[in-house]
Design a protein around this ligand. Structure first.
Ligand code: PEP
Ligand code: MG
Length: 542
């Protein structure tokens, strides 16, 4: 019997057979190719995609900053199409029998060093361009790989890393629990696991290496412990615990449809976080006071291609109508970092968590963003809609979004397409900057929604995906609490609605704290609604 510890990411127990999914591990070592000619073909396809993309970027750049400042993209195109580069790649694949990824990385390194060693400063700088095209090529190659690698669909699934786009596709009727080497409690995959009610342990680190494919394991999602090859006594104990947990969950059902009111009469709006209209069954069943956060990026992942305005409108309308007049907060596309959408082909960045993600990406891709805004405005006719902007760091961004919203409304008006004018507009407070300038943001918006996951990550400088800094990723840290308090005070003083939609809202200790500083709106995963309602009912604020 072996006990392996990680981070408790999603509560629950599971007992079953372990299946290890090796996709990531295989990619970190030089990969041998089954068919070198096939790999050369894959390289050529990736190169074609990369050239098309660089061509588009070049034309966009010319329109924005002129021919002169855009010449860098011409250089990228020339490097991509360079015959020597292709010949080296081709020969490397044939000579060593490796995959296209390995060849691109190795040959890319060689070219990079060659430029770096030159005396001429201009030529030296071309090394960075090589890096750029290498990462672009790897991006297209990995996308092709993703399509080919199917996820295991039964038992207890263990993987080095699970992308949110993979987690969301897991069949919860067949997969009993998730285990990963990387990640923390606020990883997006962990958040999804909780909302899908599947036990999960992340951040197993080196313990991951002790897992044996095919062995019998117990997953304790409360303690973050995996027990491999358990003895009969331990098995018996966990069977009992699992039954008790089921009973407890049943008991919490008595809180269905109740109001979230503290013992001394403070009424709390207890809302739900969703990632797909299909989550609404559970939300309605629990009797949530509204949808406090609809993470639309998961919907974009689910579709597997860019959704049309009509498809988005139908999805948003469905949620708004189902809530029958209760408020629905829909957040615009919050992609980037771990939340990748392959078909959007976002450029690889050195530090994507702080890169061109979320609202930054949307403001640079106004066509795509305006389509979403139009769909939202159209859905606003059918109920009480609030539009929420993620990752805001400056007042200027808010002003730009408001301009685009105005523009979207005037387009719809001109086209004679009906839309709603009565909606709320708000921002996520999830960057330290937004919290610090929340007094300046307040006059431009109707509400704040505090995202404690990112706010904690950025305040503590602790990557929410990195298990080694998980202890620092603590929303209860005084630094994070100060920022939350600043935003709450600035919001309330300016007459705004202030809610908390990060995972801290569903942490009983934080729930108490948040209510004590004046928060009266919380939004949690549907799976936590009943427990938090129960907690609120047992709190006395005064
Ligand atoms: C947050 O950052 O707290 C949040 C709610 O957004 P997400 O978890 O989707 O990044
Ligand atoms: Mg966030």
């Amino acid at each position: 019997m072996k006990r392996i510890e990680g981070i408790a990411a999603s509560e629950g127990y599971a007992i079953g057979k372990l299946h290890i999914y090796w996709e990531k591990a295989a990619m970190t070592v030089p990969e041998k190719a089954a068919d070198p000619e096939w790999e050369i073909n894959r390289f050529l396809q990736a190169r074609e995609h990369a050239c098309t993309e660089v061509g588009t970027v070049y034309h966009r750049a010319v329109a924005r900053v002129g021919e002169h400042h855009s010449s860098i993209f011409k250089i990228h195109l020339a490097l991509l199409q360079d015959q020597d580069f292709f010949i080296e790649i081709r020969d490397y694949i044939r000579g060593r029998g490796v995959t296209a990824e390995t060849a691109v990385q190795e040959v890319g390194q060689r070219f990079f060093r060659m430029f770096e060693e030159l005396d001429d400063d201009y030529m030296k700088a071309r090394g960075a361009d090589v890096k750029d095209i290498v990462s672009r090529l790897l991006h297209f190659l990995s996308e092709d790989k993703e399509e080919k690698a199917p996820l295991i669909s039964e038992g207890i699934l263990a993987a080095e890393e699970l992308m949110p786009s993979q987690t969301i596709q897991i069949d919860t009727d067949r997969v009993q629990a998730l285990l990963t080497r990387t990640g923390s409690r606020t990883s997006h995959s962990a958040i999804l696991a909780r909302s899908m009610r599947i036990p999960a342990i992340t951040g197993l680190g080196r313990g991951f290496e002790q897992l044996e494919d095919g062995s019998e394991v117990i997953v304790d999602g409360f303690k973050g412990v995996v027990i491999q090859d358990p003895d009969e006594e331990t098995l018996e104990f966990y069977r009992h615990m699992s039954e008790e947990y089921q009973k407890q969950q049943k008991a919490l059902e008595s809180y269905k449809g109740m109001k979230a009111v503290t013992m001394d009469g403070a009424v709390v709006q207890l809302c739900a976080n969703i990632s797909h209209p299909n989550d609404m069954d559970e939300v309605l069943d629990a009797g949530a006071d509204g949808v406090g956060l609809f993470r639309t990026e998961f919907l974009f992942m689910y579709w597997g291609r860019l959704p049309t305005e009509k498809e988005q409108f139908d999805a948003y309308r469905r949620v708004v109508e189902q809530m029958q007049g209760k408020r629905v907060v829909i957040r615009t596309l919050d992609i980037g970092a771990d939340k990748q959408i392959p078909y959007l082909k976002m450029e690889r960045e050195e530090n994507p968590v702080m890169g061109r993600r979320s609202i930054r990406f949307c403001l640079e891709n106004q066509g795509l963003f305006t389509t979403q805004l139009r769909a939202l405005l159209r859905a606003a006719q059918y109920g009480k809609l609030a539009i929420l902007i993620p990752m805001v760091a400056s007042v200027e961004e808010v002003i730009m979004v408001r301009e685009l919203l105005k523009e979207a409304a005037s387009q719809l008006e001109k086209e004679g397409v009906p839309f709603g004018r009565d909606y709320e507009f708000g921002v996520m407070i999830e960057t330290p900057s937004a919290a610090v300038i929340s007094d300046l943001l307040a006059p431009h918006v109707d509400f704040f929604s505090i995202g404690t996951n990112d706010l904690t990550q950025f305040t503590m400088a602790a990557d929410r995906e990195n298990p080694h800094v998980a202890a620092l990723s603590d929303a209860q840290h005084p630094a994070v609490r100060r920022l939350i308090k600043t935003a709450v005070q600035n919001g309330l003083q300016n007459g705004l609605r202030v809610s908390v939609c990060g995972e801290a809202a569903a942490d009983p200790v934080m729930t108490r704290y948040l209510l004590s500083i004046g928060v009266r709106e919380l939004s949690v995963a549907p799976a936590s609604l009943m427990e938090i309602r129960h907690i609120i009912q047992s709190i006395r604020i005064q």
